[in-house]
Design a protein. Structure first.
Length: 417
């Protein structure tokens, strides 16, 4: 109730419209905000692929208009998870191993009651996949299982300058034990021993994402001993930061190099990652996710490094985008439109950025949008005419040649006298 009163106070103090220099003739597209009632209050509108593909990459051209003549302040909100990450130093005790069976280490956080929900291990080992069990105790006598289905992995190709690994173990719940014991299965191979470790406590808000199945083509490259996958998002502008790459079968591991671009002849390397699937008596686990910095290109190329193994049969690719939306104050009796499609627009600055934290955002209503519409008032800017020297590239050289000939003729006439 208190937050609602504060919201009302701020909305009454600060103006609900902006008086920026919005010229409707400079925006190419718009969408109608489709109200379903006439109540006043905060509303939120999610972006779709049409807005992603036709707006600027940083959404600097987004504008909200009331009755096509009043600019409305808004807050652009990203569904990126808010993460508060705190890590703790630990003292390692009894770091040892039993040949061909397991390695183990006890981690001492120093005191009881310190909340943890994960571990970060460091090891000198390379090229491994190992099951991990984590226990917790307050006295190093009675041990409780915290997580019994964890796994860590490393894929290193020194010759190919390729490395992908994950030695972070996330618990399903917070624990407050002073001591944590980590057992890393040996699986009949060389032991994987922790050289250092840190406990961590992460508070993570749920990430809002959009996901979509992506069409793709597959071609083997025998020269590079790889499989090349071209994923086509259909248009450029859609932000993607994660793919789920599914293949048939099990008991495989492959390095993957990720490229992207809007032209298949000019792709840039984005990242490298690693997929695997094991179903054996000693180890079961999989990783089909490819993570990389957010991109907005139409094409994503995945080069799967087969080495001397048979090619995999890939059956699906799912792309994930971080959800974006705008939140603004609206009156149900008015009409609202979202305008976009202006390459020269700069991101607007509104007072709402200062008092957004006081608004009752949790109760904002999610409202839909119409299909994309062309702005009939849009006036394309005239393309500046090129200088005559660029329009007629041979003009200057022709003038020089004619001038030289004229000068030679004058000199010739002079010498004849």
């Amino acid at each position: 109730m208190k937050k609602i009163l504060i919201t009302g106070m701020f909305l009454s103090i600060f103006p609900l419209v902006a008086h920026g220099a919005f010229n409707i003739s400079e925006w190419t597209y718009y969408k109608d905000v489709e109200f379903s009632d006439t109540e006043n209050g905060l509303i939120k509108v999610g972006f779709d692929d049409e807005i992603f593909s036709q707006s600027n990459e940083n959404f600097s051209d987004i504008r909200i208009m009331e009755n096509a003549n009043r600019e409305v302040p808004f807050k652009l909100f990203s569904g990126n998870s808010g993460i508060t990450d705190e890590t703790y130093s630990v003292k390692m005790i009894d770091n040892s191993y039993v040949a061909d069976q397991y390695s183990s280490v006890i981690l001492d956080l120093g005191v009881d009651g310190k909340l943890t929900n994960g571990l970060i291990l460091t090891t000198d080992s390379q090229n491994y996949q190992r099951s991990v069990i984590v226990y917790g105790s307050s006295d190093m006598k009675n041990w409780n299982v915290i997580k019994d289905n964890a796994y860590i992995y490393d894929y290193t190709d020194v010759k190919g300058n390729f490395k992908a690994s994950n030695n972070t173990i996330q618990f399903s719940e917070e624990v407050s034990f002073r001591y944590l014991k980590v057992e890393i299965a040996g699986q009949g191979e060389s032991p994987v021993r922790a050289t250092s470790a840190r406990a961590k406590h992460s508070v993570k808000q749920k990430m809002q994402e959009l996901k979509r199945k992506v069409s793709f083509s597959v071609q083997d490259n025998s020269q590079r001993k790889s499989t090349e996958i071209i994923a086509d998002l259909g248009v450029s502008g859609i932000p993607v930061n994660r793919l789920d790459l599914r293949a048939e079968g099990s008991n495989f591991n492959r390095g993957v190099i990720i490229y992207s671009g809007n032209n298949l002849d000019n792709l840039k390397k984005v990242a490298q990652d690693y997929i695997f699937n094991y179903e054996t008596a000693k180890f079961s686990g999989e990783n089909s996710e490819l993570n990389f910095p957010e991109i907005t290109d139409r094409y994503i190329k995945l080069e799967v490094l087969n080495k001397d193994n048979e090619s995999l049969n890939f059956i699906s690719i799912t792309a994930y985008s971080v959800y974006r939306e705008v939140i603004f104050q609206a009156s149900g009796s008015e009409k609202y439109r979202i305008y976009y499609g202006n390459k020269e627009a700069e991101y607007p600055q509104y007072d709402i950025e200062k008092y957004f934290q006081y608004l009752d955002v949790e109760n904002a209503k999610l409202i839909g949008l119409s299909a994309q519409k062309e702005n009939q008032s849009f006036i394309p800017k005239e393309v500046p005419k090129k200088p005559i020297s660029e329009r007629i590239p041979y003009l200057l050289s022709s003038i020089l040649i004619l001038s030289s000939l004229a000068l030679l003729f004058i000199v010739y006439r002079f010498l004849r006298k």
